[in-house]
Write a protein of this length. Structure first.
Length: 95
């Protein structure tokens, strides 16, 4: 009798959609970056952060937003204004 194998890929309902596992809510971003959610919305409004994807009208950020926020935080600590940070974020290559 020939051997048969089966591969299973399991996603538990409590884990959510596989793609969403890499996405962060605004609350999670706030906790990880130690910033208020109102600050994150402000940064989005003034263009420091790109508009996040929306799922059921809720913001979903990719993990790279945490690096962007770290850059913004350091720039503020050394005295950059919001306008100067916008220049830093938008006019220089990311790498």
């Amino acid at each position: 009798m020939p051997e048969t194998s089966v591969q299973l890929k399991v996603y538990f309902k409590s884990s959510g959609d596989h793609e969403m596992m890499n996405e962060l809510t605004i609350g999670e971003v706030g906790r990880r970056s130690q910033m208020r959610t109102s600050t994150l919305r402000y940064y989005e409004q003034v263009g420091l952060l790109p508009p996040p994807k929306r799922v059921n009208k809720q913001r979903r950020y990719t993990p790279d937003v945490l690096q962007q926020l770290a850059l913004i935080k350091v720039a503020q600590q050394v005295g950059f204004t919001i306008a100067e940070i916008q220049t830093l974020v938008h006019e220089f290559p990311a790498e």
